[in-house]
Ligand binder design. Sequence first.
Ligand SMILES: [Zn+2]
Length: 263
Amino acid sequence: MTQSPFNLLAIVAVEPAHRVRCQQPHCGHSVYARIHIVEEAGELLVLGSDCFAKRYGVASTTNFSGFGGGGGRTLTDAEREMLLNNTAALLAKFEEERVHERARIELASAQAAAKLEALRQFQAEQQKQPVSMVPPSHTNSWQREAMSAELTTQNAVQLPAWATLKKSNSSFFAYGMEDGQCWVLMQSSSHEGCFIAPVPMPFEAWDEALPLSIGKADLARNVYVSKLNINTLTSWFSSRCRKGSRIDSDAIAIQKFAENVAG
Ligand SMILES: [Zn+2]
C-alpha cells in the first residue's frame, strides 16, 4: 500500500491586495483565492490551485472538507501574517477553532436535549395534575421556564373586545380589503342587526371608512353598529373584498386572518 504523497490541510483566501507567493518551484505567481496549504514529506507548502493540480495531478478539490471548505475562507490580516511567517501556527489555530466549534455544537445539542426532556417530564406531570399551576419546590429552572411559557400562552388567549359582542351560535365573517384593512361582521347579541369591527385593531380614520348606509361608528366600543341583517352586509363586503375572506366562530382564527391581511 502506497502512502499518499501529500496531505491537503486547508484551502484559504486572502484579500487580492495581499496576495501571497505560490511556493511551487519556478512558478513565482502570487495567489489570493483558493490557496492550498499542503503537507508533503513533513514540509508545509502554500500553492495556488493550478500548481496544486499540476503538482499532484488532482484536477478538482471541490470535495475537500477540511479548513476553509471548497470555497476557501478569507483570512484576517493576522491570519495572513501567520500564513506567510508561520504556516504551522496558522494550521494549529485552525485546528483549535475546529475543536472549539465541535465542543460548542456538542454542548448546544446536549442542552437542547436536556431542555426537551425537562419539558416532556413537566408536561407528563401536568397531565397527571391539570389544576396545579404552582411550581413545586423541586422543579428545576427549565421546568419553571416551561411552566411560565405555558402561563403566557394562556394569557395570550384573551379574546379581542369585539368578539364579546357576537350573538351566540353564530359566526364571524372577516373580509380583507385592497388597502390591507380588514373588517369582521357579526350578528349582534344586543340589538336587531350587526356589528362591524376593524381588525386586527382600529386603524386611523376607521370611523369614517364605511358609509352611513352601512352603519354608525360607536367610538366607545370601536365598532360600527348596523341595523342591516348579516346577509345584506356579507354581500356588500364580499363584493368589495380583494384580500380574501374567512368565516369562523373562533375569534382568534379571525384575528390571525386579519393580521395576515394587514401584513
Ligand atoms: Zn504556482
